[in-house]
Design a protein around this ligand. Sequence first.
Ligand SMILES: Nc1ncnc2c1ncn2[C@@H]1O[C@H](COP(=O)(O)OP(=O)(O)OP(=O)(O)O)[C@@H](O)[C@H]1O
Length: 308
Amino acid sequence: MNTTVAPIAQLSSVVKRYGNLTAVDQLDLMLHRGELLALLGPNGAGKSTAIGLLLGLNRADEGKVELFGRDPQDIMARRRIGVMLQEAALPATLKVGELIRVTASYYPAPRSLQESAELAGVADLLQRPYGKLSGGQKRRVQFALALCGRPELLFLDEPTVGMDIEARQKLWAAIRHLISEGCSVVLTTHYLEEAEALADRVCVIARGKVISEGTVDDLRARVSLKRVRCVTRLPIEQLMHWPDVVEARMDAGRAWMSTANAEALVRRLLHADEQLSELEVQRAGLAEAFTELTRDAAQANDTEREAA
Ligand SMILES: Nc1ncnc2c1ncn2[C@@H]1O[C@H](COP(=O)(O)OP(=O)(O)OP(=O)(O)O)[C@@H](O)[C@H]1O
């Protein structure tokens, strides 16, 4: 990926307010050609607002927003993007094939109906009225509409909500295919394994600000937590109160703990349960990194407020 060329989408020191609420607060965001940027953050963090700004659906109160070096409302920029938002109001009576055909007609060099349908996994739904589809099928049709114009940049706002595991994995494969063709993607998701599976770069947003940014490995390395798993007779209710245990739960018959001091925890576990087996220690995943980063940001925010 060449990051020396101009970014294809950019927010520079952008502020967006809704009344007294600052949804996006001095946000800087940059997207380069051919990369998949995942925006992560708790509910209400400002991810959809940031996407709305890049799409020209919201106007910034301060700062600069650019899409292909232009104003996001410029038709020349808009023709180069595909969009799948969280909610889509599409005519219920139109058949899936008709919807894709109409949408594709707005673009200068669209994919064929067959190619769009196959990429999105909706080839068997083309004759069905959109309104009669299941939630997961509707999401796949919305994905077909997002990609049918052969966009250079795709915005996917929580694309796999409501999809079963097989449909989700097919959509991930389709996204990888689009990226291999040179398409860039901005993705928001609450499924951290989705970001882990797809993202070149992850940007964690909380309260309208970027609190951490880097590759999935960078973010993992930034937190000190490790995962400890084992089969033990020690009750989980007891383990969750041990010193150094940040989180503890049962998962598929095993105790699962996260800790910043794996050595001390392992010593204590072996001492307390001589029958303990299947012990595993692993680096934290993106899920633990995300929990720790957003918790730290919330604590820093509280400390700032108390000091003010
Ligand atoms: N049109 C609006 N009017 C008023 N407040 C809004 C509007 N849109 C968003 N907000 C508020 O702005 C903040 C950021 O919302 P946003 O939808 O961008 O968050 P998000 O990170 O996408 O959340 P989620 O993960 O729940 O989708 C929230 O507090 C939300 O209530």
